[in-house]
Design a binder for this molecule. Structure first.
Ligand code: PDD
Length: 281
Protein backbone atom coordinates (compact mmCIF):
# COMPACT_ATOMS: atom_id res chain seq x y z
CA UNK A 1 0.00 0.00 0.00
CA UNK A 2 1.14 3.51 -0.80
CA UNK A 3 0.85 6.04 2.01
CA UNK A 4 1.37 9.81 2.17
CA UNK A 5 3.80 11.32 4.70
CA UNK A 6 4.85 14.98 4.76
CA UNK A 7 4.66 15.66 1.05
CA UNK A 8 5.73 12.23 -0.22
CA UNK A 9 3.94 9.18 -1.54
CA UNK A 10 5.82 6.11 -0.24
CA UNK A 11 5.40 2.38 0.23
CA UNK A 12 4.07 1.93 3.81
CA UNK A 13 7.28 0.12 4.83
CA UNK A 14 9.38 3.18 3.97
CA UNK A 15 7.23 5.78 5.72
CA UNK A 16 8.82 7.23 8.85
CA UNK A 17 7.77 9.57 11.67
CA UNK A 18 10.11 10.78 14.44
CA UNK A 19 9.98 9.23 17.92
CA UNK A 20 9.77 12.85 19.18
CA UNK A 21 6.51 13.43 17.32
CA UNK A 22 4.03 15.14 19.67
CA UNK A 23 1.30 12.68 18.73
CA UNK A 24 3.49 9.73 19.71
CA UNK A 25 4.56 11.29 23.04
CA UNK A 26 1.48 13.33 23.97
CA UNK A 27 -1.43 12.38 21.70
CA UNK A 28 -1.06 15.93 20.34
CA UNK A 29 -2.73 15.41 17.00
CA UNK A 30 -6.06 15.42 15.20
CA UNK A 31 -7.51 13.03 12.66
CA UNK A 32 -10.31 12.38 10.20
CA UNK A 33 -11.73 9.22 8.69
CA UNK A 34 -13.42 9.61 5.31
CA UNK A 35 -15.22 6.68 3.74
CA UNK A 36 -14.90 5.55 0.15
CA UNK A 37 -17.75 3.90 -1.74
CA UNK A 38 -17.37 2.86 -5.36
CA UNK A 39 -14.03 4.68 -5.37
CA UNK A 40 -15.80 7.92 -4.42
CA UNK A 41 -15.07 10.00 -1.32
CA UNK A 42 -18.07 10.51 0.96
CA UNK A 43 -18.57 14.00 2.42
CA UNK A 44 -14.98 15.14 1.89
CA UNK A 45 -15.96 18.81 2.39
CA UNK A 46 -17.53 18.13 5.79
CA UNK A 47 -14.46 16.24 6.99
CA UNK A 48 -12.14 18.97 5.68
CA UNK A 49 -14.16 21.65 7.50
CA UNK A 50 -14.16 19.72 10.77
CA UNK A 51 -10.41 19.14 10.43
CA UNK A 52 -9.86 22.90 10.12
CA UNK A 53 -11.98 23.45 13.19
CA UNK A 54 -10.09 20.81 15.23
CA UNK A 55 -6.77 22.36 14.19
CA UNK A 56 -7.98 25.87 15.03
CA UNK A 57 -9.19 24.84 18.51
CA UNK A 58 -5.71 23.45 19.24
CA UNK A 59 -3.80 26.36 17.65
CA UNK A 60 -2.32 24.05 15.04
CA UNK A 61 -1.72 24.77 11.41
CA UNK A 62 -2.42 22.56 8.44
CA UNK A 63 0.65 21.88 6.29
CA UNK A 64 -1.60 21.60 3.21
CA UNK A 65 -4.55 23.48 1.72
CA UNK A 66 -7.98 21.86 1.45
CA UNK A 67 -7.49 21.59 -2.34
CA UNK A 68 -4.18 19.76 -1.81
CA UNK A 69 -5.82 17.52 0.76
CA UNK A 70 -8.53 16.55 -1.71
CA UNK A 71 -5.89 15.79 -4.32
CA UNK A 72 -3.95 13.56 -1.85
CA UNK A 73 -7.16 11.69 -0.93
CA UNK A 74 -7.97 11.11 -4.62
CA UNK A 75 -4.42 10.03 -5.47
CA UNK A 76 -4.30 7.46 -2.62
CA UNK A 77 -7.68 6.02 -3.62
CA UNK A 78 -6.39 5.78 -7.20
CA UNK A 79 -2.96 4.21 -6.56
CA UNK A 80 -4.28 1.80 -3.93
CA UNK A 81 -7.35 0.96 -6.03
CA UNK A 82 -9.73 1.46 -3.14
CA UNK A 83 -13.30 0.64 -4.10
CA UNK A 84 -14.86 0.36 -0.62
CA UNK A 85 -13.06 1.42 2.52
CA UNK A 86 -11.72 4.54 4.14
CA UNK A 87 -8.94 7.06 4.26
CA UNK A 88 -7.30 7.91 7.56
CA UNK A 89 -5.71 11.35 7.89
CA UNK A 90 -3.69 12.58 10.85
CA UNK A 91 -2.02 15.94 11.49
CA UNK A 92 0.17 16.38 14.56
CA UNK A 93 2.02 19.30 16.11
CA UNK A 94 5.21 17.81 14.69
CA UNK A 95 8.48 16.62 16.17
CA UNK A 96 10.50 19.12 18.22
CA UNK A 97 14.10 18.32 19.32
CA UNK A 98 13.06 17.25 22.81
CA UNK A 99 10.07 16.18 24.85
CA UNK A 100 8.50 19.29 26.35
CA UNK A 101 4.95 20.07 27.54
CA UNK A 102 5.15 23.56 26.05
CA UNK A 103 4.06 23.69 22.40
CA UNK A 104 7.02 23.97 20.01
CA UNK A 105 7.41 27.15 17.95
CA UNK A 106 5.52 26.54 14.68
CA UNK A 107 8.23 28.57 12.89
CA UNK A 108 10.80 25.87 13.64
CA UNK A 109 8.67 22.73 14.10
CA UNK A 110 6.50 21.78 11.12
CA UNK A 111 3.34 19.73 11.61
CA UNK A 112 3.41 16.07 10.61
CA UNK A 113 0.79 14.87 8.14
CA UNK A 114 0.08 11.22 7.41
CA UNK A 115 -2.61 9.62 5.26
CA UNK A 116 -3.27 5.97 4.49
CA UNK A 117 -6.10 3.98 2.98
CA UNK A 118 -7.88 0.91 4.33
CA UNK A 119 -9.70 -1.26 1.81
CA UNK A 120 -12.83 -2.86 3.26
CA UNK A 121 -14.56 -4.81 0.53
CA UNK A 122 -18.19 -5.42 1.47
CA UNK A 123 -18.30 -2.47 3.90
CA UNK A 124 -21.69 -1.29 2.62
CA UNK A 125 -23.13 -4.82 2.75
CA UNK A 126 -21.94 -5.58 6.28
CA UNK A 127 -23.97 -8.45 7.84
CA UNK A 128 -24.13 -6.41 11.08
CA UNK A 129 -26.58 -4.11 9.33
CA UNK A 130 -29.02 -7.02 9.16
CA UNK A 131 -28.26 -8.49 12.59
CA UNK A 132 -27.97 -5.24 14.50
CA UNK A 133 -25.47 -4.35 17.21
CA UNK A 134 -25.55 -5.10 20.91
CA UNK A 135 -24.20 -2.37 23.14
CA UNK A 136 -23.35 -1.97 26.80
CA UNK A 137 -23.33 1.32 28.69
CA UNK A 138 -20.19 2.61 30.38
CA UNK A 139 -19.30 5.79 32.20
CA UNK A 140 -17.93 8.52 29.89
CA UNK A 141 -14.45 9.15 31.28
CA UNK A 142 -13.07 11.16 28.35
CA UNK A 143 -11.89 14.76 28.57
CA UNK A 144 -14.47 17.50 28.08
CA UNK A 145 -13.54 18.66 24.53
CA UNK A 146 -14.96 15.76 22.58
CA UNK A 147 -15.92 18.15 19.79
CA UNK A 148 -12.22 18.18 18.81
CA UNK A 149 -11.27 15.04 16.91
CA UNK A 150 -7.99 14.28 18.68
CA UNK A 151 -6.02 11.03 18.61
CA UNK A 152 -6.52 10.55 22.37
CA UNK A 153 -8.41 7.31 21.84
CA UNK A 154 -7.33 5.23 24.84
CA UNK A 155 -10.64 5.46 26.71
CA UNK A 156 -12.75 4.71 23.61
CA UNK A 157 -10.43 1.70 22.97
CA UNK A 158 -10.97 0.55 26.55
CA UNK A 159 -14.72 0.96 26.04
CA UNK A 160 -14.65 -1.26 22.94
CA UNK A 161 -12.65 -3.85 24.91
CA UNK A 162 -15.18 -3.79 27.77
CA UNK A 163 -17.91 -4.47 25.19
CA UNK A 164 -15.87 -7.22 23.55
CA UNK A 165 -15.18 -8.93 26.87
CA UNK A 166 -18.92 -8.82 27.60
CA UNK A 167 -19.56 -10.50 24.22
CA UNK A 168 -21.14 -7.32 22.77
CA UNK A 169 -20.32 -5.03 19.86
CA UNK A 170 -19.79 -1.57 21.31
CA UNK A 171 -20.34 0.72 24.28
CA UNK A 172 -22.49 3.82 24.68
CA UNK A 173 -20.99 6.30 27.10
CA UNK A 174 -23.05 7.93 29.82
CA UNK A 175 -22.43 11.21 31.61
CA UNK A 176 -24.66 12.75 34.31
CA UNK A 177 -27.31 10.14 33.56
CA UNK A 178 -27.56 10.61 29.80
CA UNK A 179 -25.91 9.06 26.77
CA UNK A 180 -23.20 11.15 25.15
CA UNK A 181 -22.23 8.93 22.18
CA UNK A 182 -20.75 5.58 21.18
CA UNK A 183 -17.00 4.90 21.45
CA UNK A 184 -16.55 5.91 17.79
CA UNK A 185 -20.01 6.91 16.62
CA UNK A 186 -23.05 9.06 17.41
CA UNK A 187 -26.03 7.47 19.19
CA UNK A 188 -29.76 7.68 18.35
CA UNK A 189 -33.06 6.26 19.52
CA UNK A 190 -36.34 6.16 17.62
CA UNK A 191 -39.79 6.59 19.17
CA UNK A 192 -42.63 6.37 16.69
CA UNK A 193 -41.64 8.68 13.85
CA UNK A 194 -39.22 10.69 15.96
CA UNK A 195 -35.45 10.32 15.90
CA UNK A 196 -33.84 11.44 19.16
CA UNK A 197 -30.14 12.27 19.41
CA UNK A 198 -28.07 14.44 21.71
CA UNK A 199 -27.64 18.03 20.50
CA UNK A 200 -24.28 19.43 19.42
CA UNK A 201 -21.98 20.74 22.18
CA UNK A 202 -18.45 20.08 23.45
CA UNK A 203 -19.81 16.81 24.94
CA UNK A 204 -19.76 14.93 21.64
CA UNK A 205 -18.04 14.79 18.28
CA UNK A 206 -20.05 16.67 15.65
CA UNK A 207 -20.43 13.70 13.32
CA UNK A 208 -20.34 14.35 9.60
CA UNK A 209 -22.54 11.30 9.06
CA UNK A 210 -24.87 12.64 11.78
CA UNK A 211 -25.42 15.88 9.86
CA UNK A 212 -26.21 14.01 6.64
CA UNK A 213 -28.50 11.46 8.31
CA UNK A 214 -30.51 14.10 10.19
CA UNK A 215 -31.01 15.95 6.91
CA UNK A 216 -32.17 12.73 5.19
CA UNK A 217 -34.47 11.92 8.14
CA UNK A 218 -36.24 15.26 7.79
CA UNK A 219 -36.50 14.87 4.03
CA UNK A 220 -38.12 11.45 4.66
CA UNK A 221 -40.74 13.13 6.92
CA UNK A 222 -39.29 11.77 10.16
CA UNK A 223 -39.17 14.17 13.09
CA UNK A 224 -35.83 14.96 14.70
CA UNK A 225 -35.46 15.85 18.38
CA UNK A 226 -31.99 16.96 19.50
CA UNK A 227 -31.83 16.34 23.25
CA UNK A 228 -30.11 14.04 25.73
CA UNK A 229 -31.68 10.65 26.54
CA UNK A 230 -31.05 8.08 29.27
CA UNK A 231 -30.23 4.38 28.94
CA UNK A 232 -33.67 3.59 30.43
CA UNK A 233 -35.40 5.68 27.77
CA UNK A 234 -33.29 3.98 25.09
CA UNK A 235 -34.20 0.53 26.40
CA UNK A 236 -37.87 1.46 26.06
CA UNK A 237 -37.48 2.95 22.55
CA UNK A 238 -38.83 1.34 19.37
CA UNK A 239 -35.42 1.35 17.70
CA UNK A 240 -31.89 2.59 18.11
CA UNK A 241 -28.91 3.08 15.82
CA UNK A 242 -25.48 4.64 15.47
CA UNK A 243 -23.80 6.63 12.71
CA UNK A 244 -20.17 7.12 11.68
CA UNK A 245 -18.04 7.34 8.55
CA UNK A 246 -16.95 3.72 9.00
CA UNK A 247 -20.38 2.20 9.74
CA UNK A 248 -22.77 4.64 7.96
CA UNK A 249 -26.06 3.87 9.78
CA UNK A 250 -25.97 0.73 11.93
CA UNK A 251 -28.99 -0.56 13.90
CA UNK A 252 -28.70 -1.27 17.64
CA UNK A 253 -30.92 -4.11 18.88
CA UNK A 254 -29.86 -4.55 22.51
CA UNK A 255 -28.73 -2.21 25.29
CA UNK A 256 -27.30 -3.63 28.54
CA UNK A 257 -28.95 -7.00 27.86
CA UNK A 258 -32.40 -5.52 27.12
CA UNK A 259 -33.72 -6.19 23.60
CA UNK A 260 -35.32 -3.24 21.79
CA UNK A 261 -38.76 -4.07 20.38
CA UNK A 262 -38.56 -7.60 18.97
CA UNK A 263 -34.74 -7.55 19.02
CA UNK A 264 -34.32 -7.10 15.27
CA UNK A 265 -33.22 -3.96 13.37
CA UNK A 266 -36.00 -1.41 13.09
CA UNK A 267 -37.49 -0.12 9.82
CA UNK A 268 -36.42 3.51 10.25
CA UNK A 269 -32.77 2.68 10.88
CA UNK A 270 -32.85 0.34 7.87
CA UNK A 271 -34.49 3.06 5.73
CA UNK A 272 -31.95 5.70 6.80
CA UNK A 273 -29.08 3.35 6.00
CA UNK A 274 -30.58 2.70 2.57
CA UNK A 275 -31.04 6.42 1.86
CA UNK A 276 -27.53 7.24 3.12
CA UNK A 277 -25.91 4.60 0.89
CA UNK A 278 -28.05 5.60 -2.12
CA UNK A 279 -27.20 9.28 -1.73
CA UNK A 280 -23.48 8.55 -1.19
CA UNK A 281 -22.92 6.26 -4.14
N1 PDD B 1 -15.12 7.93 14.50
N2 PDD B 1 -18.27 10.16 17.80
C1 PDD B 1 -17.01 9.72 17.98
C2 PDD B 1 -16.46 9.67 19.35
C3 PDD B 1 -16.25 9.30 16.86
O1 PDD B 1 -14.98 8.87 17.04
C4 PDD B 1 -16.84 9.34 15.57
C5 PDD B 1 -16.07 8.93 14.33
C6 PDD B 1 -18.17 9.79 15.44
C7 PDD B 1 -18.86 9.87 14.11
O2 PDD B 1 -18.35 10.93 13.31
P1 PDD B 1 -18.39 10.84 11.72
O3 PDD B 1 -19.81 10.60 11.33
O4 PDD B 1 -17.92 12.17 11.27
O5 PDD B 1 -17.50 9.71 11.33
C8 PDD B 1 -18.84 10.20 16.58
C9 PDD B 1 -14.27 7.54 13.38
C10 PDD B 1 -15.05 6.90 12.27
C11 PDD B 1 -13.13 6.67 13.90
O6 PDD B 1 -12.59 7.04 14.93
O7 PDD B 1 -12.77 5.68 13.26
Amino acid sequence: RTVYVNGEYLPETEAKVSIFDRAFLMADGVYEVTSVLGGKLIDFDGHARRLQRSLGELEMQSPVTTEELLEIHRELVRVNEVDEGMIYLQITRGAPDDRDFVFPDPETTAPTIVLFTQSKPGLADSPKAKEGMKVISIEDQRWSRRDIKTVQLLYPSMGKMMAKKAGKDDAWMVEDGSVTEGTSNNAYIVKGDTIVTRGLSNDILHGITRAAVLRFAEEAQMKVEERPFTIEEAQGADEAFITSASTFVMPVVEIDGVALGDGTPGPRAARLREIYLEESR
